[in-house]
Design a protein around this ligand. Sequence first.
Ligand SMILES: Nc1ncnc2c1ncn2[C@@H]1O[C@H](COP(=O)(O)OP(=O)(O)OP(=O)(O)O)[C@@H](O)[C@H]1O
Length: 300
Amino acid sequence: MFIRRIVCSLPHSNLLLLPSSSPPLLLSTPRTITAAAADLVHRNTRSGFRQSRSRPHRMMASSCRTTDAFAPLPPSTADKVELVRALESTLGSSFSSEPLAPPPNPQIIVISGPSGVGKDAVIKKLQEIRQGIHFVVTATSRAKRPGEVDGKDYHFVTKEKFLSMIERNELLEYALVYGEYKGVPKQQIRDFMSKGFDIVLRVDIQGATTLRSILGRSAVFIFLVAENESALVNRLIDRKTETTDMLLIRIAMAREEIKHMVDFDYVVVNAQGKLNDTVKLVESIIDSEKAKVTPRIVSI
Ligand SMILES: Nc1ncnc2c1ncn2[C@@H]1O[C@H](COP(=O)(O)OP(=O)(O)OP(=O)(O)O)[C@@H](O)[C@H]1O
C-alpha cells in the first residue's frame, strides 16, 4: 500500500503513528500528500494525537483508503503560489489570514506593597517604557497641594461630590484616609479598557484586600517587596519624606503587611539599584497574563 510511504514532515514523536509493519521513516519533503495523510497530520497535531497513539494501525488503515483520489502535489521547489494553491486544493479550503489567536483581553493589574518599597517608582518607569497601559488617577476630596496637577496626580473633587459618587456606586473602592476620601472611579477603568488599555492600580495593602474581595481572580495582584527589611528601612530614610514617628509607624506596618503576601498572585522583589529589573519582571507578568489561553475576564 503506497500510503505507507507517505509521511509528512511531522515532529519525530509522530513517527509512532506508523504501522508497526513499516520501518519508521521521515521524508522531509513529501511528494504526494493525500487528503488522508493531511487528515492524519491534522489529527496528530491537534488533540487527537494523544488519543491516536494507542491505535495507530486502525487510523492508518482508514487513512489509506482514499489515497488515489487526489492529484499529486508539485514538489516543494515549485513556484510558491502554485504550491500554496495545490495545498489548498488538496486540503479542501483556502488558507485564512485571520488571526489564529483571539486578541488579548485588557487586564487590571493591582500593584501593592509596604510603604517605601517602590510602588510609585515602578509604576512611573512602567508608564515611561510601556504602551497600552493606563494608570488609574484616584479621586480625592483633599485639597490640591502646590505642584499637583488635577487629572494627573489626582482628580480633586469636593467632599459633597465624593459622597455623591459613593451614593451612585461610581467607585470601585474607596477609603477615608486621615479625614479625606480617596477612591477609584469605575468609569475611568471602563473607558480605558474599552479602548484596549491594561489598567494599573496602585493601592496599599488594605486597598488590595478590598479590591481582591471585589474583583476576585479577575485582576492580577502583584506584591512588591524589598530584598530585606534593612533595605526597606534605608529606602524610607533616604526618601526624607517622613518624620521619625511616621517612619516608625510605616516600618511597624510593613512587618504586618508582609504577612498578606500569600493573598497575591505574584511577588516581585524590588532590589536596591535594580529598578529596571523589577519593571521588566512586572512587564513579563503582564505579558504572560495576556498570553493565557483562558484569560481573566474583568467585569466591573
Ligand atoms: N529599586 C530601587 N532601588 C533604589 N531606590 C529605589 C528603588 N525603588 C524605589 N526606590 C526609591 O525608594 C523610595 C521609595 O519609593 P516609592 O516612593 O516609589 O515607594 P512607595 O512604595 O510608592 O511608597 P509609599 O507607599 O510610601 O508612597 C523612593 O525614594 C524611590 O526613588
